[in-house]
Write a protein that binds this ligand. Sequence first.
Ligand code: PLP
Length: 397
Amino acid sequence: MSVAKKMLDLGKQSSVIREIFEYGLKRKAEIGVEKVFDFSLGNPSVPAPPQINDILKKLIDSVPAEQLHGYTSAPGDQSVRNAVAVYIQNTFGFSATSDLIYVTCGAAAGLTLCLNGLTTKEDEVIVFAPFFPEYKVFVEHSGAKLVIVPCNEHDFQPDFTSLEQAITDKTKAIIVNSPNNPTGTCYCEDTIKKLTEILNQKQKEFQKPIYILSDGPYRELVYDIELPYLPNYYDNTIIIYSYSKSLSLAGARIGYIFVSPLAENANNLFTAICGAGRALGYVCAPSLFQFLIKECIGLTVDLSIYKKNRDLLYNGLTDLGFTAIYPSGAFYLFVKSPLQDTKKFCEHAKKYELLFVPSDSFGCTGFVRIAYCVSTEQIINSLPAFEQLAEDFNLLP
Ligand code: PLP
């Protein structure tokens, strides 16, 4: 039987992150769950707020089943889209219209729909490295060319000189992910101003719009800083949001796309996103969770737990002599590998049952990603293992 070769290859490629996670499951079965320090996966560990279950029960008891479990309009139920628009207006002071909001199955579907609605095979899409590995899959599947621009290695903020050189008359969009997976860095207002200044110049130079796809599933997971809301700074912005992390609803597959009404061709762009929704089968995101979102918009998980984990892990590892990027958001710590070969370093760490991911999976070498969306207890219990690891590489101060 012949199948699509491109998809066959994609299906066969194993994700390094998943491989390490599977290894962790096997090890846990062999030696016990509490003896394995698995920091591989970005699966939220803080439970969804208790109100979520209460609201779900209330919805199940009060909304007629045919409405609760039936189809909604393709871009989402109108009352849900209205609630999202009001939330954007009230929270970010930006005037949003519900007819430019498309409720999606998480940020992954949001990205796919935007890329397919926006790009053709002549177009280029810029990402900053390191980046969420699925960007490559999503961009290439849309037909566009992925252009990788490095970040500065000392703070993992965008390298603006490289960005200016990378933008061409083919650049259609740039994906901005702040708070960032895998580095945990956030882009402050100065960074956003510099970024948008460059994009505005390039739009003028090439006489065409360059869209920012703001991929923000970690938007609320910030610990010491204020995060700028991109549509307030740049007209050609499309927000891609999801409740996977802010409400720990990763399995519910719910989020939204919001096209700024100030974007060039905003209505056409939105219509093309709707077309991509049809073509890819992403119409009517799960109804039950659409209605849930309407009732709990603005609610988040207890963020103080991630902050506590961040502080414990960052302070713990840097005290042991590791060099790490101070993360002001998300739930990842990016740590310099003492070995040039990061895979080898990750393999070595397995000796102490420490599982984390080499940065090569994210398009950059020399680091490892440690996901601290785990129990605080796991972090505390893992520190002696990290100490042994530090000793092996003569890192201890
Ligand atoms: N974008 C980034 C940067 C992510 O880290 C993830 C998931 O981990 C996604 C998008 C996909 O999010 P969702 O689960 O909402 O599809």
